[in-house]
Design a protein around this ligand. Structure first.
Ligand SMILES: [Zn+2]
Length: 262
């Protein structure tokens, strides 16, 4: 190959790499400042909510529910600032999710200090699952998904961004689900932890749309069991000696032992 052709190839490669770096930097700057892409903004403690529809009573009540749940979680840090982007249309959500190379039809994600919530898809899933089982990520609750995504942020703050990424999925997703439900579900008649374990085990409660997040449901219960029943601290729960299989078996044995007593 002549020197001129090799030079040309390198020039083009350099240009392509340059464009890719520029696009990555642009994506990071958009995802770090999502507020400029929303018309509405309101502060709720250390959480700034952005929305593309007027923020009124509906958002106020969503946020009071979110904060109620967060406040009951040991690792929640009220001084840590977060953004919560409530995207009311799929188009708005896709604008951000595309920058992360994620699928567009997901309920939400958390990145660079912001949580993004896909209200359109959450509503669709609520219709598909009929809101059942209650306290499942797919029940159709914006409060649920918003709290879950914010929990990912607080988890990364506490455990370290990269360290938290290396944790097994059942622990990170389970902890976020624990954060969403452990304070409110047991106060709801018919949804104590033992009753939710029974719901998990009962196939008739799970239609096809709900089934996909059945693992998240039980991971949340396993975390609730470890923290609220076994009284383990956050660091103990995240330790490698606490495994998925052992925790699940212990939780089921515990549930059966209560049945035996009654
Ligand atoms: Zn998650």
């Amino acid at each position: 190959m002549s020197k001129i052709i090799i030079k040309k190839i390198f020039k083009w490669l350099g240009a392509i790499v340059g464009v890719i770096i520029l696009l990555i930097l642009l994506s990071i700057s958009i995802l770090s400042n999502p507020g400029s892409f929303f018309s509405e903004e309101k502060h709720y403690d250390s959480i700034t909510v952005y929305s593309n529809k007027p923020i009124g009573q509906e958002t106020d009540s969503i946020m009071s529910e979110v904060l109620l749940r967060l406040n009951a979680v040991p690792i929640y840090n009220p001084d840590s600032k977060y953004n919560l982007c409530l995207c009311s249309t799929q188009r708005k959500f896709s604008f951000f999710s595309r920058l992360t190379l994620r699928a567009n039809r997901v309920m939400g994600f958390s990145l660079l200090g912001s949580a993004y919530v896909n209200e359109d898809y959450i509503k669709e899933l609520g219709l598909k699952t009929g809101g059942q089982p209650k306290y499942l990520t797919r029940e159709g609750s914006i409060v649920h998904v918003a709290t879950h995504e914010l929990m990912h942020g607080y988890l990364a703050d506490t455990y370290g961004y990269f360290a938290s990424r290396s944790l097994p999925e059942w622990k990170t997703e389970g902890y976020c689900e624990y954060g969403v439900n452990q304070f409110v579900a047991p106060k709801d008649k018919g949804y104590s932890i033992t009753e939710r374990i029974d719901i998990y085990l009962d196939d008739s409660q799970w239609n096809r749309a709900a089934e996909i997040h059945r693992p998240h449901y039980v991971w949340g219960l396993m975390m609730e069991y470890l923290i609220n029943i076994r009284e383990l601290k956050f660091e103990q729960v995240m330790d490698d000696i606490v495994t998925n299989e052992k925790t699940y078996q212990e939780m089921i044995d515990w549930r059966n032992s209560i049945k035996d007593k009654n």
